[in-house]
Design a protein around this ligand. Structure first.
Ligand SMILES: Nc1ncnc2c1ncn2[C@@H]1O[C@H](COP(=O)(O)OP(=O)(O)OP(=O)(O)O)[C@@H](O)[C@H]1O
Ligand SMILES: [Mg+2]
Length: 394
């Protein structure tokens, strides 16, 4: 399997200014960088050049290196800084592939550029990366997701992409529970979507909603046991429940929190942990969004069970390590630029979807007036088979 490290020319390494790079060939430059970074750890020889591949959006230099040697972020950043181009280094079995890309990532990618992919999979676009569009499969890649990033860096826009894309492409199968701890300012507008089971905008509502979900999970668990199902992805059930919590840190008590609220917050934390631990197999997907994921704001079970992490720019390397278990998010250059981390790591520009376009796209999914008058029933009935669709259909 390949491992890869990317440098998007973040300008944090000075090697470019230390040497006269003007007329040097790419290979000479690489050779100087290997030497200056002591890549072979005191060995005076150089990595052995194996060949060059010219692709339409990058040129790739292939070297063999002593088995067991790994490429560090420092070397990749040094190459990126010297070439002033985005660089990706992939390694596999004693060889490294140094890709020098011709174009930087754009600062804005409109949502309308997202390619249409007709697929039975639970795909959503994460963003546009150096090698094209990056997709996340909510069934296969990781069922739960943590999104972090400093203020105004693109977390809510990412959530808008997620909601809009799934409404457009999984219209009959996606069900949302939305918890908006900014007082409903953002998510209130989704309340009348057919796909939305409920919007909670304060701690009390969040507690009630999470409790209803917990009861539903218990029912589904029994149903799965009766039917001998172990994981929804191996059943014909097409529905997925996506629970999105924006500004989730607001559900964390601190020393000033009143006792009554503290108890409600603790209940919310317990239920979120429960969902993260057991509900993935039953079709629940948790998207947990916070400015700064600390051990306090991110329940341990949520962190451990979220195999996909998305970080927008964060204030420090420490914050980046908490969010994605490694450095890098502190260097992201602009709003909407994010690191997507599963077992691999990729930097992307998340599509920009403004409110006007989003509401136009969502209009077909809004409830009719007659549906709005109907009394609200948030409880999700026990699965009676009505949302079970035969394999191969639709
Ligand atoms: N993908 C994107 N591409 C380009 N610009 C973006 C993108 N995402 C966000 N922005 C810009 O950043 C602004 C803030 O985005 P957003 O509301 O998503 O931030 P946030 O991280 O949710 O902030 P807060 O923590 O304050 O809620 C947007 O209004 C837009 O101007
Ligand atoms: Mg926000």
């Amino acid at each position: 399997m390949f491992t890869s490290i990317t440098c998007l020319f973040l300008g944090s390494v000075i090697i470019g200014s230390l040497m006269p790079i003007g007329k040097m060939s790419d290979m000479k430059m690489l050779s100087v960088i290997f030497k200056r970074n002591n890549f072979l750890r005191g060995d005076k020889s150089q990595p052995k050049f194996n060949g060059k591949n010219n692709e339409d959006h990058y040129v790739e230099y292939v070297y063999s290196i002593p088995l067991g040697l790994t490429v560090g972020e420092g070397l990749v950043n040094a190459i990126g800084a010297a070439f002033e181009k985005p660089v990706k280094v992939l390694s596999e079995g004693g060889r490294i592939f140094i890709r020098i890309y011709f174009e930087k990532l754009p600062e804005i990618i409109p949502y309308s550029n997202v390619p249409i992919r007709k697929s039975a999979k639970w795909l959503m676009p994460i963003g546009y990366g150096l090698d094209g569009w990056l997709w996340h499969d909510l069934d296969r890649d990781a069922v739960h997701m943590n999104v972090s990033g400093a203020t105004r860096q693109g977390k809510t826009v990412f959530l808008k992409n997620l909601i809009t894309y799934l409404c457009e492409h999984k219209t009959d199968y996606v069900k949302f529970h939305l918890i908006d701890m900014k007082g409903g300012l953002e998510f209130g507008r989704y309340e009348n979507l057919r796909q939305v089971e409920g919007v909670a905008s304060n701690i009390e509502e969040a507690e009630q909603m999470l409790e209803r979900i917990r009861l539903d999970i218990d029912k589904k668990m029994k149903f799965f046991k009766r039917r001998g199902f172990n994981n929804i992805v191996n059943t014909p059930i097409r529905t997925r429940h996506v629970i999105i919590i924006d500004e989730a840190a607001e559900l964390t008590p601190d020393k000033h929190t009143l006792p009554k609220l503290k108890e409600s917050m603790q209940n919310c934390q317990d239920t979120m942990s429960h969902i993260a631990r057991v509900a993935g197999a039953l079709g629940y997907r948790l998207v947990f969004c916070t400015q700064y994921a600390t051990a306090d704001t991110l329940p341990r079970q949520v962190k451990q069970n979220s195999d996909a992490k998305i970080a927008f720019k964060l204030p420090t390397g420490t914050a980046s390590r908490v969010a994605i278990d490694e450095d890098g998010a502190q260097y992201l250059p602009n709003a909407g630029r994010a690191i997507y981390k599963t077992h691999e790591r990729e930097t992307v520009q998340v599509p920009l979807l403004d409110d006007k376009e989003m509401m136009e796209r969502l209009q077909p999914f809004m409830k009719e007036v007659s549906e709005l008058d109907a009394p609200k029933d948030y409880s999700v009935p026990e699965t009676d088979g009505s949302n079970i669709i035969e394999f191969g259909k639709a």
